[in-house]
Design a binder for this molecule. Structure first.
Ligand code: NAP
Length: 321
């Protein structure tokens, strides 16, 4: 019988199909399995249900000679050395689609919170500084009638664009290829940065996209514009973002993902009044997380049976590998 390792606590009803197919060794928490636990418990395994916090590199793979399938419970697989896995014939599964609408909800919530300055208002109330109503205090931007620039018009980008259309926003986007998205115009990145009231990052992390929003790109954004990152922290140069926010050269940022993660409490991003940070909760709804776990289990079970996975990682290029 095969043996599999599961890097986080998965509800028993979702995990149950694996029990007839393999001996299951599961990290029961807290959080996800730390590196020492992987090094200790993975070596006898043929299958692995991994998390985005697992660093899957050649050193680790060398210690797991029988491994033939990694089923990751996320869409992004930037933590996995995909080329090395392909070279070794290791199958990779991931969890597209089942989280898209939830992540788009989170992205839109971040956009609205930043533009309408909700965190600043909340902080003021909590500090007991809510004074008499002032017609000229707390003036943020508007969602309606503003321009949303989406960097990476994929599943999540399109789902956010649908929401933005309902808010009467004009939609610009960049992607390497043209996308058939109603009422959205493909432009060059620099054009998007100059024209957008809100720039949303929704592209995968790859060697090509790492640091794609740096000092030069932030300098192209308008002083009253907001940056929202729902993708992966390293797409944005953190030091450059801190500088831009501190100098007020952009109005603010709302970040679901950061570089590093987690952010230490004394990190400059945490202390900036015009920066809203939430702890990578893009897909954190009960429904989405259960669906992601289910698809990850289905991928792993299919591979253990020797059949095709319902959601294999597409070939190089499609994921920006
Ligand atoms: P997707 O459907 O693959 O969409 C990504 C889009 O980015 C593709 O349409 C791709 O289009 C575009 N792209 C790739 N390289 C680009 C580049 N250099 N410049 C501009 N656009 C580029 O993926 P998705 O499901 O929307 O997810 C996107 C990313 O969001 C994931 O990779 C993941 O890292 C992140 N994510 C975060 C959370 C969270 O909790 N915060 C949850 C889910 C996903 P072209 O190929 O035409 O360029």
């Amino acid at each position: 019988m095969h043996r599999v390792f599961v890097s986080a606590d998965i509800p028993a009803d979702i995990l149950s199909p694996l029990h007839g197919l393999a001996e299951v060794d599961m990290w029961e928490g807290p959080g996800t399995a730390p590196r020492p636990a992987l090094l200790e418990r993975l070596p006898p395994c043929q299958g692995w249900l991994s998390m985005l916090t697992d660093t899957v590199d050649a050193d680790l793979l060398d210690m797991v000679p029988g491994l033939f399938v990694i089923s990751q419970m996320s869409i992004g697989v930037d933590n996995i050395d995909v080329a090395e896995c392909r070279r070794r014939g290791i199958l990779i599964g991931h969890t597209p689609d089942v989280l898209t609408e939830t992540v788009a909800d989170t992205a839109f919530a971040l956009i609205a919170a930043a533009v309408r300055q909700l965190p600043e208002g909340m902080e003021l109330v909590k500090r007991g500084e809510w004074g008499p109503w002032d017609p000229w205090a707390f003036l943020g931007g508007d969602l309606h009638g503003s321009v949303l620039g989406i960097v990476g018009m994929g599943r999540i980008g399109k789902a956010v664009a649908r929401r933005a259309t309902g808010f009467d926003m004009t939609i610009l986007y960049t992607s390497r290829g043209d996308k058939a998205v109603p009422d959205a115009t493909r432009v060059e990145l620099v054009d998007l940065l100059r024209r957008s009231d809100v720039v949303l990052i929704a592209a995968p992390l790859s060697p090509e996209t790492r640091g794609m929003i740096g000092r030069a790109e932030l300098a192209e954004m308008r002083g009253d514009a907001y940056l929202v990152n729902i993708a992966r922290g390293p797409l944005v140069d953190t030091a450059a973002l801190v500088e831009a926010l501190a100098a007020g050269s952009i109005a603010g940022a709302a970040l679901d993902v950061t570089d590093p993660e987690p952010l230490p409490p004394d990190h400059p991003l945490v202390g900036l009044p015009n920066c809203l940070v939430v702890p990578h909760i893009g897909s954190a709804s009960v429904r989405a997380r259960r669906a992601m776990a289910q698809l990850a289990v289905d991928n792993l079970a299919a591979a253990l049976r020797g059949g095709p996975m319902p959601a294999p990682l597409p070939d190089a290029g499609a994921m920006g590998e």
